[in-house]
Design a protein around this ligand. Sequence first.
Ligand SMILES: Nc1ncnc2c1ncn2[C@@H]1O[C@H](COP(=O)(O)OP(=O)(O)O)[C@@H](O)[C@H]1O
Ligand SMILES: [Mg+2]
Length: 449
Amino acid sequence: MPDVPENQTPDLADDTAGSLSSLPTSKVARAARFAKTGLKVGANYVKHYARRSVGAESSTEDLHQANAAELYGALSQMKGSVLKVAQMLAMEKNILPAAYANQFAQAQYQTPPLSGPLVVKVLRDAFGRSPFEVFDEFDLQARQAASIGQVHFARKDDRPLAVKVQYPGVADSIRSDIRLVKPIALRVMGLDEAQVRPYLEEVETRLLEETNYALELRRGTEIGEQCAHLPHLEFARYYPELSSARVLTMDWLSGQHLKEFLQTNPTQEVRNQVGQALWDFYDFQMNTLLKVHADPHPGNFLLRVEAGGTVGVLDFGCVKEIPADVHHLFTALLAPETLTDPARLTELLTKAGVLRADDSAARQQFYVSTMQASLELVGRPFRQPVFDFGDPGYMAALYALGDDLLQQPELRQQREPRGSEHFIYLNRTYVGLYALLTELKAVVRTAGK
Ligand SMILES: Nc1ncnc2c1ncn2[C@@H]1O[C@H](COP(=O)(O)OP(=O)(O)O)[C@@H](O)[C@H]1O
Ligand SMILES: [Mg+2]
């Protein structure tokens, strides 16, 4: 097998065959890209104030739009790491100005695959041996892209295995990207570092954890064992002796991603069973384990029609541990009684940091009524024993709520983000779960345990 010489750092070489033998991690190149963005953003401000000074219409909103597009362009160059931070923050309507939230929400990551020699090198670095010595069979062609790596098929002792191989240097580049971009991005968006710090820290922590495959192995093993009793779920076994911080080996699970699965026209019964398995999985993690697979993205589940519908769960790279008081607060907010009790809701929102003692009465009123509307809708599945996620009216109402929140001047102009940083991943988890269940059009026993 051809191998990469030891002294050739992944920073330097470039490849021609459309696959990566190196990563575009040159700090100089990225810094240059950012300097350019800084200039464009500066130019946008000049245009904005110039138009204003001649009395023409140029809203702060337009300025944000233009800057968001620029910032997005620059962040897109950075292998998704910083963009992912931005995207996470964008999901919280309370944190970023609307223009940025919208732009970042559209983010897509595309990374060319690692070349064969580089894959061999990463495995050699991890095990001291080539993958062909470690495994009985190893396919150098990646089967799937992963966010910061790629997944290969292998076989050992007749067992089909999935080997997730992390891009070399990606953990360091995430760290340096964040350091490089944060001050610029905050300035462009007009956010105060001290105010967004807890949110950024929360997202950065999760993101850096995702680069630690040893941690993913521990969490995947643990949650898989703790959820083993739940019906119609499948978890891969992980193999510590075939894994490292940058290589993760587990059973190969069969099944299809949601989109392909739905194209086979599974029956309502099958979709219900799959949906129920997902609901039970999340319910048990949220309320019993107090830690949750916080990335219910369609790529992280492999679905099968066999046995009436099963769900293979992948990717424990992002796990949110829920502090007991946060769990308590979250549950209380979703409780049916809270909906009809504005005083209780006010108390809970204050605890959650959404309301402050020094807020004006009008502002308090705004948050309470906005949250009441949100909780009425989002909490609906919890208030009845069985819920039909296939109800098109429900999805439409959820989307309308999202749009409505984005239009609220109070939230649009808000300069100081609000609410507990722990809610970022909890909200994301429910948003993801609801999206899966509505796509499945599943009827699920929700509250009825
Ligand atoms: N154990 C597995 N069996 C079969 N396919 C897998 C397995 N693990 C990962 N994959 C495939 O690789 C893709 C990316 O893996 P994932 O662990 O989700 O990476 P990432 O952490 O980057 O999101 C999955 O969507 C799936 O298609
Ligand atoms: Mg994944």
